[in-house]
Design a protein around this ligand. Structure first.
Ligand code: NAD
Ligand code: USQ
Length: 404
């Protein structure tokens, strides 16, 4: 691996925290396929949330043990497995010392904005899990593997929707005649998105204070399900969330179209976000690992390939559905969130392209295959899980049992 910075450091051993999840599973297989030595670290807490909330992935997913067994039998490649919670520093230390990673890709957080807004206990859990988990990773790198590159999944939602262009991490400002380059202002709009802001601050500080090398990947909303590796066998299939808590916009719309549920546009539908195909998630992470940050450097990449408003997505899915003979309708659901529904949005995303990202833009053929995929698993869809059940304004201290 040649690094863009001329750095002789060549990462070979990659620890994927959260490697049983949607982005992490696809990434772990991709990196293993590319010849990296991979270890998955995961507490499997996401599978527990599904049980607790009565949710299920559209696709049937195998246990992590069967997944890895299948991968080994198909490719001959082994992926190490460490089951545990990274908030437990004893567990994380042992894992670090046993695997000795050159790079850590950290996907292992509670990643749903609605989940973090269910009630006080879920809000506190989200910030505790995410902020302490990341702090533990930073301490483990400092203590045991100071050259190890942290590739951390952040979110575009850290920036919110300001009325000016969004830069990649930093903005140069002239104020009262003096100029400085400063972290881009953060205006997150859920306790989950805020946990990512807190993580970014902790990472930036430890890069400065301890010389840690880190890349914060401010990822947009991911869509799609198949990657080259997960499509190889049913036991390797990735999860596909469509429910009101973990499902994300475009994936949800495809499932809704498949079962004849109206597409759930929240509020006016002018909410605009950055989006990317899961095949680009794995590519971006590989690029970040192959071109590590320098010691002490806190790099920020905006990881998305295209911007869409929710209304635009609904239109695209409606047209693609019609071609398949589906009758697709849209409803404007009262917005359960507090967010701008009409706003300016223009984000930079050149740094990953400069490193060689070749995007898979949203195409008719991808929508077509996603819709067909949803139709194929139609019988597994629980339509009661589709409407949103979590309100940003109604969150309270009473522990809530979410029922569809
Ligand atoms: P996911 O819920 O499918 O996977 C997260 C995984 O992390 C799960 O397997 C879970 O068990 C594990 N995990 C959580 N806390 C842990 C802990 N304390 N210790 C060990 N393992 C733990 O989520 P995802 O969609 O794959 O998202 C992965 C990352 O990417 C998250 O950090 C998320 O914020 C970020 N991201 C996701 C999207 C998206 O659209 N899915 C978009 C932008 C950013
Ligand atoms: N939305 C709808 N209808 C739906 C679902 C969502 O109109 O049925 C709207 C939401 O109100 C929001 C936008 O679509 O304005 C995106 O919502 P989402 O649920 O697709 O995504 P979000 O909550 O932002 O979270 C997801 C991931 C999270 C990641 C984030 C990237 O769950 O882990 O950080 O995307 S970003 O949006 O760039 O912050």
């Amino acid at each position: 691996v040649q690094t863009s910075t001329g750095d002789p450091f060549k990462p070979q051993r990659v620890m994927v925290i959260g490697g049983d999840g949607y982005c992490g599973w696809a990434t772990a297989l991709h990196l293993s396929n590319k010849g990296y030595e991979v270890a998955i670290v995961d507490s499997l807490v996401r599978r527990l949330f599904d049980h607790q909330l009565g949710l299920e992935s559209l696709t049937p997913i195998s246990s992590i043990q069967n997944r890895l067994h299948c991968w080994k039998s198909l490719t001959g490649k082994s992926i190490e497995l460490y089951i545990g919670d990274i908030c437990d520093f004893g567990f994380l230390s042992e894992t670090f010392n046993s695997f000795e990673p050159d790079a850590v890709v950290h996907f292992g957080e509670q990643r749903s904005a609605p989940y973090s807004m269910i009630d006080r206990s879920r809000a506190v859990y989200t910030q505790q899990n995410n902020v302490i988990g990341t702090l533990n990773v930073l301490f483990a790198i400092k203590e045991f593997r100071e050259q190890c590159h942290l590739v951390k999944l952040g979110t575009m939602g850290e920036y919110g929707t300001p009325n000016i262009d969004i830069e990649e991490g930093y903005i140069t400002i002239t104020h009262n005649g003096r100029t400085d380059t400063l972290p881009y202002p953060k205006q997150a709009s859920s306790f989950y998105h805020l946990s990512k802001v807190h993580d970014s601050h902790n990472i930036a500080f430890t890069c400065k204070a301890w010389g840690i090398r880190a890349t914060d990947l401010n990822q947009g909303v991911v869509y799609g399900v198949r990657t080259d590796e997960t499509a190889m066998h049913e036991d390797l299939y990735n999860r596909f969330d469509y429910d009101g808590i973990f499902g994300t916009a475009l994936n949800r719309f495809c499932v809704q179209a498949a079962v004849g549920h109206p597409l759930t546009v929240y509020g006016k539908g002018g909410q605009t976000r950055g989006f990317l195909d899961i095949r680009d998630t794995v590519q971006c992470v590989e690029l970040a690992i192959a071109n590590p940050a320098k010691p002490g450097e806190f790099r920020v990449f905006n990881q998305f390939t295209e911007q869409f408003s929710v209304n635009q997505l609904a239109n695209l899915v409606t047209k693609a559905g019609e071609k398949l003979g589906l009758d697709v309708k849209t409803i404007n659901v009262p917005n359960p969130r507090v967010e701008a529904e009409e706003h300016y949005y223009n984000c930079k995303n050149t740094k990953l392209v400069d490193l060689g990202l070749r995007p898979h833009f949203l195409s008719d053929s991808l929508l077509d295959s996603l819709l067909n995929f949803a139709v194929q698993y139609k019988d597994r869809i629980d339509t009661k899980q589709i409407m949103p059940s979590v309100s940003w304004k109604k969150i309270g201290v009473k522990t809530k049992t979410v029922t569809a």
